[in-house]
Design a protein around this ligand. Sequence first.
Ligand code: SAH
Ligand code: DHB
Ligand code: MG
Length: 222
Amino acid sequence: MTQEKWTAVDRYITDHLVPPEAALDEALEASARAGLPAINVSPNQGKLLMLLAQVQGARTILEIGTLGGYSTIWLARALPKDGRLITLEFQPKHAELARANIERAGLSHLVEVRLGSALDLLPQLAAEKVGPFDLTFIDADKEHNADYFEWALKLSRVGSVIVTDNVVRKGAVLDSSSPEASVQGVRRFYERVAAEPRVSATAIQTVGSKGYDGFSLARVTS
Ligand code: SAH
Ligand code: DHB
Ligand code: MG
């Protein structure tokens, strides 16, 4: 099995099940023009996020790692008219482009892009008593995933869902002696989740246009 085949199957799935939408396509085009890295979720993954948020009946969503707002737009599309999504991003250029993309998608009234380092912004959210969030999507630097999970849990209620992207990294997660901070961060994330009695969690390996990776899903149970 090859990357070429995974990409072709993702295209097949997307052609059948994820009809093109101008606002989403334009967000990716604007991001590419601005030179942002193409590490956004794929269209079929984005639709999965939207469906998860809908199944969850989410009215409040937290995202850590905005980039150009592609996953943000998918998630915000799941919200009711009075819903709220807060997304955290520390690169001004990314945040600015995301705001423009979200505006073009007609979702600005639901979405707040907060600029700063997530580890500074998360305690602020807690202090402001925004939340609890019905769903959190963790997708920033992988090094701090355990800390992001900790904060997501603090900002959750019983029944909240925490989705974390990139928890397999081509299988590199197995390498306990990896020199990569991102791999060690993902490993600390698993240890933290494993030791947390207040969640029920799993993770799924994926292949597709973004290669071999995976995501985890945790439900807050108490
Ligand atoms: N969720 C996006 C992709 C996010 S890529 C999508 O699927 O469309 C990861 C983003 O996290 C990048 O824009 C990066 O600038 C941001 N990021 C990295 N470290 C961060 C930090 N410490 N605080 C906030 N954002 C961070
Ligand atoms: C990277 C980050 C992501 O969030 C992702 O989904 C894929 C790759 C990266 O930093 O390389
Ligand atoms: Mg990701």
